[in-house]
Write a protein that binds this ligand. Structure first.
Ligand SMILES: *[C@@H]1O[C@H](CO)[C@@H](O)[C@H](O)[C@H]1NC(C)=O
Ligand SMILES: *[C@@H]1O[C@H](CO)[C@@H](O)[C@H](O)[C@H]1NC(C)=O
Ligand SMILES: *[C@@H]1O[C@H](CO)[C@@H](O)[C@H](O)[C@H]1NC(C)=O
Length: 349
């Protein structure tokens, strides 16, 4: 518990639409440690300012299965994913600022340019900059571009106004979501600092981090253990691309928490692994390559949780008001739930 105060942790949440990424400092650190920490981080950044992607044929082993990722096949089906170089059009100012004694928690939320009303609802509810105990909480929306010029003009205004959007120049699409993970890792490397239809309760996240002493050595989330590969539909993966019947274990739905100190090794993994066209699975592969263990955390209700204000107060995130509902919450539901949760009293916990 004592080593919680000066390193970075990221909380990444993604159900169908959400990524929360929290960066926070951990450790029992006194000022001296934190200075050292910062310095080594600076030199890492320096080293990485020149890193190039060297993607290649990869064989990964998670102790149970061996996965072969043949770059040629990935190039054939998803050339853009393999060759894209992250190019930011815009990013918020000041998100990288550190404050002594505080833990930075960045909530990274995957959003689409057209989801104006969702972002609006989030900014009024859980995605607002705030301080909870010794945690500085800052939301950031991860977005790419669309061909709708009107939308992009509105997004530009929104960026200037709220300073909470990172925009990259690739086109939004389902497969391209993996690029958000990749580019976000890259952004984190250079800045030591969810989909948008979910309910997230920041105080519960802070509580979770405080009572989980090993939070900085694992990626916590809703574990999906060796699930079956789908050959049809939106999550379809071709047999040529990936011939195994099972996927690697990954954290999904509910989202996950990444300690900032693990970001460099994840990013290093991203420089050599082919980019898998399903973002959460892609992250699973990165974790294997980086030799990072995934751990199940309670409180990630990816598949929904029937509304109960007290239960919601202890949830890290909830995707829907109903169990097994893929649709997620509407902006109206979010506002309503938020109001009820923050005003709820007399919960036993
Ligand atoms: C990056 O690479 C270029 C060309 O190889 C080199 O000139 C430059 O000094 C490098 N910069 C850093 C920060 O390593
Ligand atoms: C572009 O976006 C605006 C705002 O979201 C929407 O009203 C309009 O229908 C869109 N245009 C096209 C061609 O999709
Ligand atoms: C991903 O983005 C690129 C660049 O914007 C675009 O050319 C490509 O069509 C997108 N991929 C998909 C599957 O839409």
């Amino acid at each position: 518990m004592k080593f919680f105060l000066k390193a970075w942790v990221c909380l990444f949440l993604f159900c169908i639409l959400l990524v929360i990424l929290a960066m926070y400092s951990v450790s029992n650190v006194n000022e001296i440690d934190s200075v050292v920490d910062h310095k080594s981080l600076m030199s890492l950044q320096f080293l990485w300012s020149n890193i190039t992607m060297k993607r290649d044929f990869q064989i990964l082993n998670d102790g149970k299965y061996v996965y072969t990722l043949d770059l040629r096949q990935y190039r054939e089906e998803f050339p853009y994913l393999q060759d894209y170089k992250c190019n930011k059009v815009s990013e918020p100012k000041n998100l990288c600022t550190r404050s002594a004694g505080f833990v930075n928690l960045i909530l990274a939320i995957k959003s689409y340019p057209g989801s104006f009303d969702r972002r609006h609802a989030l900014r009024k509810t859980w995605a607002q900059p705030q301080v909870i105990e010794d945690f500085l909480i800052n939301p950031v929306f991860l977005m790419a571009t669309t061909s709708n010029h009107t939308e992009m003009i509105l997004v530009e205004k929104e960026m200037l106004k709220y300073q909470d959007i990172i925009l990259w120049d690739f086109m939004e699409s389902h497969a391209n979501l993996s690029l958000k993970e990749l580019c976000f890792l890259e952004w984190m490397i250079h800045c030591p600092s969810c989909d948008d239809d979910e309910f997230v309760y920041p105080p519960a996240i802070v509580k979770f981090l405080k009572r989980t002493p090993d939070a900085s050595s694992f990626i916590h989330g809703n574990l999906r253990v060796h699930t079956e590969v789908l050959r049809k539909g939106k999550y379809r993966i071709s047999y040529q691309l990936y011939s195994m019947d099972v996927l690697p274990t990954f954290v999904s739905g509910a989202g996950f928490i990444i300690p900032g100190i693990l970001i460099p090794s994840l990013y290093r993994a991203a420089t050599v692994l082919p980019v898998f066209p399903l973002d959460d699975v892609y992250f699973g592969f990165l974790a294997i390559k980086a030799n990072i263990n995934l751990k199940h955390g309670h409180g990630f209700y990816c598949w929904g949780l029937k509304f109960d204000a007290c239960k919601y107060r202890n949830a890290l995130l909830v995707h829907s008001l109903f169990e097994y509902d893929e649709k997620g919450m509407s902006p109206e539901q979010l506002l309503d739930v938020w109001e009820k949760v923050i005003t709820k009293q007399n919960c036993t916990d």
